[in-house]
Design a protein around this ligand. Structure first.
Ligand code: NDP
Length: 234
């Protein structure tokens, strides 16, 4: 059965791997992108998730082509790393506006169709640092930790409507986001990961796809680490 899937930030990195995993399984996949040429093979809608009007417009386009979104993967996210004393209010609020409020915007809009359909799957992409903390990433870690409370509240609010809300917490993954780290930082991180390496984006995608599958029908409010063991115990 081909389902209507939306992956925010599905034009590159982890989001693109997730979009490919659903498309390979035969689902109808829409992705959001902000600029440039989006990858082929998906319904690509231009959308900045910090703008409620653009979110509304994107959903209208997707609904016209694929029908209401049945599976939402809120993946789009940013970092603006800085030590607290040097972190501007804009560094803080812009990361929250994308990672947390942006997720709120897309989840709220998706829920309209899910409530009507009396079913839905929502997967939020958090991060291991949301629970572990990370020096220089107070804004990012706070936004990612907040997604857990957000998802668990909605799991309680909407469980009776057959809508599940789960969180995937990746460790360090090879994408543009982590390319900015120096070799020394990278080695330091890898030395703390029991599996001794970064994740491939496809390894995150496999877990997301599982959470959207029939096999995960009784899982909601869960936080699933895909971090090579980095966050064990948190
Ligand atoms: P990338 O930097 O490679 O990609 C980020 C994606 O988010 C891009 O598609 C980008 O779109 C999109 N995006 C950012 N801001 C907005 C916005 N305002 N509106 C719409 N889309 C936006 O990151 P990754 O693929 O590495 O990360 C994907 C998710 O996984 C993020 O939430 C990240 O926090 C999380 N994560 C990543 C880890 C890692 O090690 N890489 C570890 C743990 C979590 P555009 O191309 O238009 O900029």
């Amino acid at each position: 059965m081909s389902r209507s899937v939306l992956v925010t930030g599905g034009n590159r990195g982890i989001g693109l791997a997730i979009a490919r995993a659903f498309a390979d399984a035969g689902d109808k996949v829409a992705i959001t992108y902000r600029s440039g040429e989006p990858p082929a093979g998906f319904l690509a809608v231009k959308c900045d998730i910090t703008d409620t009007e653009q979110v509304e417009q994107a959903y209208k386009e997707i609904e016209a082509e694929h029908g209401p979104v049945e599976i939402l993967v809120a993946n789009a996210g940013v970092t603006k790393d800085q030590l607290l004393m040097r972190m501007s209010e804009e560094d803080f609020t812009s990361v929250i506006d994308t990672n947390l409020t942006g997720t709120f915007r897309v989840v709220k809009r998706a829920n309209r169709g899910m409530l009507r359909a009396k079913k839905g799957r929502v997967v939020l992409i958090s991060s291991v640092v949301g629970l572990l903390g990370s020096a220089g990433q107070a804004n990012y870690a706070a936004s990612k930790a907040a997604l857990v409370g957000f998802a668990r509240s909605l799991a309680r609010e909407l469980g009776s409507r057959n809508i599940t809300f789960n969180v995937v917490a990746p460790g360090f993954v090879d994408t543009d986001m982590t390319k900015v780290l120096t070799d020394e930082q990278r080695q330091n991180i890898v030395s703390q990961v029991p599996l001794g390496r970064y994740a491939r984006p496809e390894e995150i995608a496999a877990t997301v796809r599982f959470l959207a599958s029939d096999d995960a029908s009784y899982i909601t409010g869960a936080v699933i680490p895909v971090d090579g063991g980095l966050g064990m115990g948190h």
